[in-house]
Design a protein around this ligand. Structure first.
Ligand code: UD1
Ligand code: UDP
Length: 356
């Protein structure tokens, strides 16, 4: 039995192609949901749209501090893994669910495969960095989305466990892009997502992001993460956000609608690791609202441009970029993240390493 451990929106997107690939090859597998994300539009919708069967258990670990979520997930995972004794556990990305899975499975001596291993922000105050470093070091095999991630792991002495498969999110994007194409269908927009702790924990920071949004002037569509909605409300900023004329706040959308939005965007404004990379699949450059290293190849060629909403010089530069933003034709988009067959490569690598 192969057990996938997931619990957050981006993990459902990463799980889909690998689940289907194992199914095609006839492997027995099951899914544990930590419950970290629990709203219908943060969880169920992805299972339905991406054709993933419902998890056999939900550990209801969502809502709470880092320690609370991680600890609840760990307790539930230990029970499940002791009971079902899978031969391999698959973890995805860098969330508290990923960390919980890594700690529990490694102590039960169950081999771990980590999908999306190796990206580094080089900043330990970033919670996802802690989760990813710990998970990489506890895993038995590391599947990297790009060459930079492999180099990071080699530098940490993990090269033998690692290989580049390309980005599994590209597999998912390609599987949906046909259904979701609305290129040139309607007016070009800026698509915004906003949820990271660094951008939601502080009122002044949230206000500076709203100021940036207002000054961008173009129509911005923002499927708002529930965390951000709650923080805006708590700081008394929700009304202001809802009254910004060029900002359309909507509920979080399913993946098909998200791809449709990105495919008609002239620019993407985000603090999401996943969305900032997907911008290169969808052909819209990205303003990234965190001072962190993400996707270094995209940063180097200024496809992703970091903006500090609290710094006037940085905001002026972002406004200049937005002014000239245009959709980029498929042949001119950066291609650092593989060929859309990451899932097949992962299965092959697991077979050749005799892990399945
Ligand atoms: C988590 C991940 C982050 C990832 C993001 C994807 C960690 C440390 N962070 O951040 O890396 O980018 O998921 O979206 O694991 N909430 C709801 N309904 C939900 C989910 C969340 O209302 O379905 C609210 C709750 O108030 C919750 C808060 O959002 O406490 C934060 O959720 P949490 O899962 O802890 O962190 P994210 O910001 O979603
Ligand atoms: N996404 C989505 N609907 C939304 C916002 C994001 O389907 O309303 C998708 C997005 O395209 C990407 C994934 O969810 O595939 C990224 O999730 P998120 O930004 O929450 O997490 P991160 O990548 O920052 O960890």
């Amino acid at each position: 039995m192969i057990t996938h451990i997931v619990g957050n929106r981006p993990q459902f997107v990463k799980l889909a192609p690998l689940y289907h690939e194992f199914q095609k090859a006839g492997y027995q597998q099951n899914i544990i949901h930590s419950g970290q994300h629990y709203d219908e539009n943060m969880s169920d919708v992805f299972f339905e749209e991406l054709g993933i069967p419902a998890p056999y258990v939900n550990l209801a670990a969502g809502g709470g501090s880092h320690a609370q979520v991680t600890a609840k997930a760990m307790i539930g995972l230990e029970e499940e893994l002791l009971d079902k004794k899978p031969e391999l556990v698959i973890l995805y990305g860098d969330t508290n669910t990923t960390l919980a899975g890594a700690v529990v499975a490694s102590k039960l001596c169950i081999p771990i495969a980590h999908v999306e291993a190796g990206p580094r922000t080089h900043n330990r105050s970033n919670p996802e960095e802690c989760n990813r470093v710990a998970t990489d070091h506890l895993s038995d095999v590391l599947f990297c989305p790009d060459a930079v991630s492999l180099q990071n792991l080699q530098r940490e002495g993990l090269g033998d466990a690692a290989c580049v498969t390309g980005d599994i999110m590209y597999d998912t994007y390609l599987s949906i892009a046909g259904q979701a194409v609305q290129e040139d269908a309607q007016e070009e927009i800026i698509v915004m997502t906003w949820h990271r702790q660094e951008n939601t924990a502080d009122k002044a920071r949230m206000e500076s992001i709203l100021n940036l949004v207002e000054r961008l002037g173009s129509k911005i569509v923002c499927p708002l993460h529930p965390r951000t909605r709650k923080c805006l409300a708590q700081f008394g900023l929700l009304e202001r956000a809802e009254s910004i004329a060029n900002l359309e706040i909507i509920e979080p959308v399913g993946y098909v609608e998200m791809v449709a939005l990105m495919n008609r965007a002239k620019l993407i404004l985000t603090d999401s690791g996943g969305v900032s990379k997907e911008s290169s699949f969808a052909g819209a450059k990205c303003l990234f609202m965190l001072d962190l290293d993400v996707w270094e190849d995209l940063l180097r060629e200024d496809w992703i441009h970091r903006v500090d909403p609290e710094n006037e010089e940085s905001v002026s530069e972002a406004l200049r970029i937005a002014e000239g933003a245009k959709r980029v034709a498929p042949e001119d988009r950066p291609k650092y993240y593989g060929d859309g067959h990451a899932a097949a490569k992962i299965v092959q690598e697991l077979i050749s390493r005799k892990l399945i």
